[in-house]
Design a protein around this ligand. Structure first.
Ligand code: KMT
Ligand code: NI
Length: 177
């Protein structure tokens, strides 16, 4: 079951530590940002949800140092890319199959990061245009399903002028007022 709380913003500490500021966040607060949480036991249930929402593509990511040939510096580089604040131009689903990790969701009202700790079975529907990032935890392993609506929109757009000016970002901001 997902646990959500305010991130302490202490960037002097590794992203994989808990960064728990001690302020819990409810699923209702996440929903106001357009983020939907579900707990689904099996992959067929995820496939059914994806079909219902018109998803056409998916992949599985295995994030651990052995995936990168046990090259610690390459591994760190990949983690740094996932931890860059970014958005996508389409809604996307993330489903934790094995291991654990943190999805940080930007609360555009307060400016805070909301950290969502995911365990196996936890699923997040991430709306188009919301800023977010991903970190492993200190167990250094997650296997996750990433579901995408359309092939050309898999790209992560890092926080930037281009991201701010995209119609996706503007539509997202309209959706949360
Ligand atoms: C994303 O969109 O930020 C990601 O796909 C992160 C990796 S999924 C564990
Ligand atoms: Ni992303």
């Amino acid at each position: 079951m997902v646990k959500a709380y305010i991130h302490d913003n202490d960037n002097s500490v590794d992203a994989r530590e808990t960064h728990d500021a001690g302020v819990p966040v409810t699923l209702e607060r996440l929903e106001k940002l357009g983020v939907i949480y579900r707990y689904l036991k099996t992959q067929p249930e995820v496939e059914a949800l994806a079909k219902e929402r018109d998803y056409k593509n998916q992949d599985t990511v295995n994030i651990q140092v052995s995936t990168f040939g046990n090259d610690e510096s390459l591994f760190q580089k990949k983690l740094a890319i996932f931890y860059e604040e970014h958005l996508h131009e389409d809604e996307e689903i993330r489903y934790c199959l094995e291991g654990t990790g943190y999805f940080d969701i930007r609360d555009n009202h307060s400016g805070e990061w909301i950290r969502c700790k995911v365990d196996p079975g936890d699923l997040l529907i991430v709306p188009a245009g919301i800023y977010h990032r991903f970190a492993l935890d200190t167990t250094n392993y997650i296997k996750a399903l990433r579901l995408f609506k359309d092939e050309p929109k898999w790209e992560a757009i890092n926080k930037s002028q281009r991201a701010e000016e995209s119609s996706t970002r503007k539509a997202y901001l309209q959706s949360i007022v």
